[in-house]
Design a protein around this ligand. Structure first.
Ligand code: BGC
Length: 260
């Protein structure tokens, strides 16, 4: 197993991509911290899946922690609680993310703040709290941010979301240089359209879904496990020489342009 003896925190792991990542990292031998904001039952579901998936192979356990990753005091407490529970923290997967659909001219300050706080500010300060711990412990570590194809690709009517993901791209590039001397790597995984709760509306709209599928060369939406497998690689020693880059998991969506 790739992650034996490692401790990993996955934010927003009560559902969707985060849940799949927590399960996969556990299968690779890591102890996992499952974070949720408002769905303890989802976090419990992840925990029981983690136990079912990994329990027989190794004696580690999961642990759930409530925190709103849009609040700096919450993310600092989340990192501190993870370290207290398992004695250390090696891997941080900044997965929690939100999006709000609105015409640019209708976006409210509250919605702008909500998106930026969770998708960028929370990632910034969760990573900072992990890095302080790693520097003190003189340990290497891995940070993996779940970004989006929209760190690169425009997404009209989601301006704040795109700004947050574009910011995440530069944060990762910047920190890769600043943290490399300490053996800390940081990379982005950028999903395209994945079957998760963030896409519920789209999944229930046959017309929109059909149009989107036309744009995906591999002809299907992604599954959370498609994202989890690359996260497992980036969390492991197999990616030790990889930092500051983005891996797209999008069925080819980003590079597909067709004249209509
Ligand atoms: C968004 C989805 C969208 C997908 C492809 C993701 O980042 O969260 O709402 O369907 O990108 O555009």
């Amino acid at each position: 197993m790739k992650l034996e003896g490692k401790v990993a925190l996955v934010t927003g792991s009560s559902q969707g991509i985060g849940q799949a990542i927590a399960i996969r990292l556990d299968q690779e031998g890591a102890s996992v911290v499952i974070n949720y904001r408002s769905h303890p039952e989802g976090a419990e579901e992840t925990l029981s899946k983690v136990r079912a998936a990994g329990g027989l192979c190794h004696m580690v356990d999961g642990f759930t922690v409530q925190a709103d990753t849009g609040m700096v005091t919450d993310v600092q407490r989340m990192i501190a609680d993870s370290i207290t529970h398992f004695g250390k923290l090696d891997i941080l997967v900044n997965n929690a993310g939100i999006e709000k659909n609105a015409d640019f001219w209708d976006v409210t300050e509250a919605d702008y703040d909500a998106v930026m706080d969770v998708n960028l500010k929370g990632v910034f300060f969760a990573t900072q709290a992990l890095v302080k711990h790693l520097l003190k412990a003189k340990q290497p570590g891995k940070v993996i941010n779940i970004s989006s194809v929209h760190e690169e690709l425009p997404f009209p009517h989601f301006a704040a979301y795109c700004a947050s993901k574009g910011g995440l791209k530069m944060l990762t590039r910047n920190l890769s240089v600043e943290l490399a001397p300490f053996g800390i790597t940081i990379n982005n995984v950028a999903p395209g359209a994945i079957e998760t709760p963030i896409n519920t509306k789209l999944l229930n709209d046959p017309e929109k879904l059909g149009a989107l599928l036309q744009n995906i060369p591999l002809g299907r939406l992604g599954k959370p496990r498609d994202v989890a497998s690359i996260v497992a690689f980036l969390a492991s020693a197999e990616s030790d020489y990889v930092t500051g880059t983005t891996f797209f998991v999008d069925g080819g969506l980003l590079w597909n342009y067709q004249e209509q």
